[in-house]
Design a protein around this ligand. Structure first.
Ligand SMILES: [Zn+2]
Length: 186
């Protein structure tokens, strides 16, 4: 579960016109600490933490930071990383609550209809890679090339925000596309 630091107000819509910004929504003005509940086993939770660390390591253009972290015993109904049953395409999804153009809550779900692993494993999907991709959506980032954004088709499959991902694959290195998109929003 999670919370957002005090002092945020949700009265102003942002609605960025940047096509890389998913639906034009983003979190309120940084600094913003988003706490997550992660109902996973220890090694899986560490994979989630690692995914957060990758995004946390990207510098904001204003330097104030939007930081994801999690508590294992914080209980509210906001910002969960959880398991759910849904058809295996997509294998993961993010749902939002939006208030006045700002994201105020997001839930990342991985489907239990496929096999998951920590690291590359035949027939299974890597948790960190999937969560890192969904966290990109949480930040407001659209899929590369689906958005019409400026990604190079040649390197597109390397982008964390590429819409397709396979089993026995790890994709946890943020590319310049991923990073500059984040920086275009924050
Ligand atoms: Zn996606």
């Amino acid at each position: 579960m999670c919370w957002i630091t005090v002092g945020v107000s949700w009265t102003t819509a942002v609605n960025s016109s940047d096509i890389r910004n998913y639906l034009g929504f983003r979190w309120e003005t940084t600094p913003c600490i988003v706490m997550w509940n992660c109902d996973y086993e220890t090694d899986q939770r560490e994979a989630v933490r690692a995914a957060m660390s990758e995004w946390n390591g990207v510098a904001d253009t204003d330097g104030s930071g939007l930081v994801a972290s999690y508590l294992t015993n914080y209980v509210d109904s906001l910002n969960e990383v959880n398991w759910a049953y849904f058809k295996s395409s997509p294998i993961a999804r993010t749902r939002f609550n939006i208030v006045d153009g700002y994201i105020v809550d997001a839930t990342i779900s991985l489907t239990l209809m496929v096999d998951w692993s920590v690291g590359a494993t035949a027939g299974a999907y890597d948790i960190q890679s999937a969560v890192q991709h969904e966290l990109g959506h949480v930040l407001g980032i659209a899929h590369c090339h689906e958005s019409g954004g400026p990604c190079s088709l040649g390197s597109c499959p390397n982008n964390v925000m590429s819409p397709t991902f396979g089993t026995n694959q790890v994709r946890t290195t943020l590319t310049s596309y991923d990073i500059t998109t984040y920086q275009s929003i924050y």
